[in-house]
Structure formats: C-alpha cells, structure tokens
Design a protein around this ligand. Structure first.
Ligand code: S3P
Length: 436
C-alpha cells in the first residue's frame, strides 16, 4: 500500500495532459476485437481497469499487440470469431469490463464465466442480467443473478424494446452489444443522457445503429464491422481533478491539453463554471468522432449551487470532487438525484462524507447525494482511499487546498484511472510526495 503526503497551499500553474479516456479505452479494445482487420488504438489508458479488459479479450482469443504502453494493435476476429475462454474471465475491479462483456458474450455460441474482485462482486448486476434475460440470454449468478460471478451460456437472442430504469452507459452499452447478436431490432430508451461513446464508435465502425434523441436502435450487422484507427482523447473525468484543484487553490491557472469534451461528459465543467470558476475551451477539434479541446482553468470566487436531474449522469464520476469544490464555495451546495453514487466502487456518498469530514468539511449525506456548507478552511490530517480511485483523487484535491500536511493512505488506486496524477501535479508545482 502506498501513501501520498501533500502540503497544501502552493498554487498549480502550467500546461499538462491527462491519460486517455477510460470509457473509450475499454470500448475501443472490445469493439476492435469483433471488427474485421487490424485496429490501431493510440493514447490507450494504461490503467488497471483497462489492462483487465485487454487480458480478458486475449482470453477470448484476440491477438493484441502492444507497441508501447498506450499504443495497441488489435487483430479483429469478426463478429463471430471470439473463442470460448478456457478459464474464468477475471474483470478485476472494472464495472465497465464486466457489464459490457456480459452483453458481448450473451449471444455467443459458447459458455463463459465472469468474476472480479470482492468490490466488483458486491456491485449490482441485475441491471444488466434482467434485460439480457429478456432478450433470451441464459445467465446465472449469485442472488438470482444480481451478483457476480456470472455464468453465461451463450444463446440465441432476440431484439427487444427496453426502457432503462436508470441512466447508465454500462447498461445501455451492454444491451446494444447484445443487440448486435440478436434477431430483429433492439430499441433502448434512456431516462438521461448517459455517455454515448458506444454509439459513436460502433456507428463509425459501420454497425447498423441509429440514435433518435434519447432512443437508440440497433440490429445485427449484415456487413463486417470495420477496423479503425482510434486516437483516444484525454479523459474529462481525470481532467476534472486538475480543473477542481485549479479552481480552489488560490492563484492557480492551468491548461489541460487534448481533453474529450463530449457533451455527455462535461457536466462537471458546466457545474464548475456555474459556481464561478474561470474555464475556457480553446482549440476545439475532433478526434476519432469525439469532440476535444484544450481547457484553461483558473481560480475564481466560488459560490454554492444546486445540482440534480439530468445533469447528474453527465458528471456522475466527478461528484466526489464536486463536493470538495463545494467546501470552498460561498453558501450551500446540494447534489441530489445521485443515488447511483451508492453503487460505485464504494458507496461514494458515505465514503466522501466520512473522509472529507476528517478534514473539517461541513458535509451532510442525503439519501441521493450530499449537502455541503462553505467556505471552510480544510485542515490537513490522515485520510484513506478506501480502495476507490476517485475518492483518492478527490482527497488529493482537498489536500492541495488544506492547511498543513495531509497523508492519503491506499493512494495506489489512483492508477485505476489516472496513472501519473502524482507526477502531473508535481510538475504543476504541487508539494506532493509518494511514499511506498
Ligand atoms: C461508465 C459508465 C458509468 C461510469 C463509469 C464508466 C462507462 O457507470 O460511472 O465510471 O464506461 O460506461 P454507469 O453506467 O454505472 O453509470
């Protein structure tokens, strides 16, 4: 277990990058595997979760060449070319891996078994098992199929109309992938704008997929999916931590280059701007069908605000760090309609509240979010990641603004999604030391 010691106070300044987008990295490898031809993936996220997807896809018979830690060549096997794995597929800590893979495997002509860490085995799987079963999938799992391990006996699937009860890109993507193997049309209606990387990438590969507002239609391709060169944008969810630090540590001013600004992912930047931070999108461009920009962020007078409704899904992974920003804003910030936080890597309502209170935050848990009173002077101390990468990084941001030194235990989990956050912050001027 490693820890990080941070002395709060120094502003962060300069230009930086963030690693490739985690959601797109998973999808790029999985979809390239069922395309025909060789796909080149650059700026792949060399983090724990995405590495697990690479391992699992190799177990399904896919040849993945590494031309460096972030450059992959994936030799596609075609829609029906995956092979029965000779062992259980270990999805590690990755919800995206297990949930998307379940959709991909439900319609194969072989059997597979999916499991992961104890953290992943605690997370709900009924949300994917139930629509997959409605399409004809044969899946068993613990507690009636709500928990991994999952055993998937590949079977013939039929398209269906599905009204998603929760706005979740993992559920939507799982059903779309099953829809590629189903007879007939699959129609999915989502209650909120969950990230649409699956739709963009599959459509670019030539899949018969159409989006009409909040409805996705897809069906089995009659032509092979085409291999692509995929240049993955910087992850806006990783950029959020740097942007938050720049917004709350006085005198900070940074540029984060090459960040994905897909509108299904920019809720946090919108929230930060609404609270008074100065944010500019510069040099807008497109990278492999995804909008990208350089972000200038600097500290400003922050004020509390209320966030809820459809905006929540566009910043779901950023809510712990939004709570940190709220501790430095004038007045009350309320985050509501975010009950999904309870079923992430940890119960992020409980863990964010417990760790931020140790630093003096005035934060109350709500059944579906939190309420924060600010501004408070955060105090350094000792806090824990509790095995949750986004909590660890939210605590790093809080420590940068705190008085006195903070030690964050279990900080190695940051590498799940943002390997190198420590050196990135050091290069921007943060007083931060990693201790083995
Ligand atoms: C993800 C979707 C979100 C998000 C997760 C990644 C994805 O989860 O929290 O970090 O890549 O599809 P849900 O689909 O459970 O909301």
């Amino acid at each position: 277990m490693t820890s990080i010691r941070i002395q709060g106070g120094p502003p962060i300044k300069g230009r930086c990058h963030v690693p490739g987008d985690k959601s797109i990295s998973h999808r790029a490898v999985m979809f390239a595997a069922i395309a025909e031809g060789v796909s080149r993936i650059s700026n792949f996220l060399d983090g724990g979760d995405c590495r697990q997807t690479v391992r699992v896809m190799r177990r399904l018979g896919v040849n993945i060449e590494e031309q460096g830690p972030t450059e992959l060549l994936v030799h596609g096997r075609g829609l029906d070319g995956l092979q029965e794995p000779d062992d259980v597929l270990d999805c590690g800590n990755s919800g995206t891996t297990i949930r998307l893979l379940a959709g991909l495997l439900a319609g194969q002509q072989f059997t597979s078994f999916l499991t992961g860490t104890d953290q992943i085995r605690r997370r709900p799987m009924g949300r994917i098992v139930s629509p997959l079963r409605a399409m004809g999938a044969s899946i068993i799992g613990r507690q009636g199929g709500d928990h991994a391990p999952l055993a998937i006996n590949g079977s013939s699937l039929r398209g269906m109309e599905y009204d998603m009860p929760v706005a979740s890109a993992q559920v939507k993507s799982c059903v779309i992938l099953a829809g590629l193997y189903a007879h007939g049309l699959t129609v999915i209606r989502e209650p909120g704008p969950a990230r649409d990387h699956t739709e963009r990438l599959l459509a670019a590969m030539g899949a018969p997929l159409a989006v009409y507002g909040s409805t996705v239609h897809c069906e089995r391709p009659t032509e092979p999916l085409q291999a692509l060169d995929i240049a993955i944008p910087g992850d806006p969810s990783s950029a959020a931590f740097l942007a938050a630090a720049a917004a709350i540590v006085p005198d900070s001013s940074i540029t984060i280059a090459g960040v994905g600004v897909n509108p299904t992912r920019t809720g946090f930047l919108d929230a930060l701007a609404e609270m008074g931070a100065r944010i500019e999108y510069r040099n807008p461009r497109e990278r492999s069908g995804e909008p990208v920009a350089d972000l200038d962020v600097s500290a400003g007078e922050l004020r509390g605000a209320t966030f809820g409704g459809e905006q929540i899904v566009t910043m779901i992974d950023e809510l712990p760090v939004l709570a940190v920003v709220a501790t430095q804003a004038q007045g009350r910030t309320v985050i509501q309609d975010a009950g999904e936080l309870r079923v992430k890597e940890t119960d992020r309502i409980a863990t964010t509240v417990s760790e931020l209170r140790k630093m003096g935050a005035k934060i109350e848990p709500l059944p579906d979010g939190f309420a924060v009173e600010g501004p408070v002077r955060l105090m350094g101390g000792t806090v824990e990641s509790l095995g949750d990468h986004r909590l660890a990084m939210a605590l790093i941001v809080a420590s940068l603004a705190a008085q006195g030194p903070t030690t964050i235990y279990g900080s190695e989990v940051t590498a799940d999604s943002f390997p190198g956050i420590e050196s990135t912050l050091q290069a921007l001027g943060a007083d931060l030391e990693v201790r083995p």
